[in-house]
Design a protein around this ligand. Structure first.
Ligand code: MN
Length: 288
């Protein structure tokens, strides 16, 4: 079994724009190699919004050098970007946006969700790109709930659904640029599941809701992040009550990480270039 490196319930939250009250479960700013190929995981735990006249969210802003992945569990999020793509995603849907060489986008509650109000629960995951792909053309994948393969674990009622990468013969629909696994777990109370991973992969386990015992002892509840050493073949999760867990695991990209706000590159020089390109309009603009 892998040694548990750290387990931490995150109680601090901050606002992204005026629409997304998030807890940062992990960030490359606390050590990029330990969480690679991922950069950041923000969790907007279940939060109730009243009906509003106009949609809350984050206005037009750029990204370069990585991918932003939005997973909606409850509520609805609307997106528009400078490639002309966009749409509304709802419960179970995922949008996988590749900023690559540069994109401008906005992220808001959908008009319908804003008008009705309700509970919002979502994750935004930042996925790094290997240096050779950082300046790839920007792209947008709208992945709807029906596209994700789902299966029960062997002899269990607990199930998994694969968003990206491959697990037990099922492959998620997301196009990915380095080896990784992004997978939701729906755990049933009392069941104990072993999850195998390649030893050199980094593994981060986020408890979204419920109570989960990790590696036969350490308890995690809502908004808990567990990280593991690269010293074993598998980890163990046991649900104390029904629980939902997000697994982010992957082969580390062994390259320097230099981030500045919405840009994540390999060198300071590339950051300076990104800022210059943004000033000169090189990131395009949102459709009118
Ligand atoms: Mn963004």
């Amino acid at each position: 079994m892998r040694t548990l490196r750290n387990i931490n319930t995150v109680t601090e939250a901050h606002w992204v724009g005026n629409g997304f009250p998030v807890s940062t479960m992990f960030s490359y700013e606390q050590g990029a190699q330990a969480v690679s190929p991922f950069l950041l995981l923000d969790y907007a735990g279940p939060v109730e919004f009243g009906p509003a006249q106009s949609a809350r969210g984050v206005g037009e802003h750029p990204h370069r050098g990585f991918e932003t992945v939005t997973l909606v569990y409850r509520g609805e999020v609307a997106h528009r970007d400078s490639t002309g793509k966009g749409g509304v995603i709802g419960p179970g849907d995922v949008q996988w946006m590749t900023a690559g060489a540069g994109i401008m986008h906005e992220e808001f509650h959908s008009d319908a969700f804003a008008a009705s109000g309700g509970v919002l629960e979502m994750v935004q995951l930042w996925v790094n790109l290997p240096a050779e792909h950082k300046m790839m053309p920007p792209g947008y994948q709208s992945l709807t709930a029906d596209m994700f393969p789902t299966a029960n674990f062997t002899d269990a009622a607990s199930s998994f659904r694969v968003i990206a990468g491959e697990f037990q013969g099922l492959t998620g629909p997301a196009r990915i640029m380095s080896p990784m696994l992004v997978m939701d777990l729906a755990l049933v109370a009392g069941e104990r599941i072993e999850l195998p991973f390649a030893k050199d992969w980094n593994v981060m386990l986020t408890v979204l809701t419920g109570t989960v015992q990790v590696n036969d002892g350490h308890l995690g509840r809502d908004a808990t992040i567990a990280t593991f050493e690269n010293d074993g073949e598998y980890i163990v999760v046991e649900a104390n009550n029904d629980a939902r867990v997000l697994i982010t695991a992957g082969a580390p990209i062994r390259e320097p990480v230099v981030g500045y706000g919405p840009f994540v590159m390999n060198t300071e020089e590339e950051i300076v270039t990104a800022i210059e390109d943004l000033k000169s309009g090189g990131f395009g603009e949102l459709p009118a």
